[in-house]
Write a protein of this length. Sequence first.
Length: 194
Amino acid sequence: MNLKQLAQRFLVPQPIISLYYMVRFRCIISLKAEIELSPMITLGPGVTISSFTKIKATNGPLSVEAHTGFGASCYISTQAGGISIGENCLFGPHVNIMSANYDVSQIEQPFYLQGSISRGVRIGNNVWVGAGSTILDGTVLGDNTVVVANSLVNRRYPPNVMLQGNPAKIILRRSTGSPYGTERRVCTRGNGHS
């Protein structure tokens, strides 16, 4: 972190940074949110960021499209691979999104000495991520996806699905012609559903 970044982090009050983003991007940000002042952040109009949500984008780009909302106490940290979030998405409280992971290829080396890998996170349009879920580096979520609360998302998923679990698996395929937007239930071992 350079001297300018340190000065911005410790000398510019957080409510001023929130007001700056609100005016620049025409979005709604709680004065209790904590967002880094970074040229790598782009927010669409109508984005809502609730209290105690923390956004770190010093080392990689963050792009959030219009009318996407983050509940209270979310944590978003982006590295070189970046995070891209589509429009009309909903993130419940305590959702974590991270676009980096430790390199674990050398078993004889401590993790912190191996550096990190950043493939990025891509989230489509009209995605709803339930409270307490975690989205890890390398994740791709297609449009119209629902992630059930407390799920761990760590791979690529097609559009129009509902995910649940740790790691998250497809439990429903969604379509517009069916009740509740579901086409058919996908069986997973041991859940008793057909």
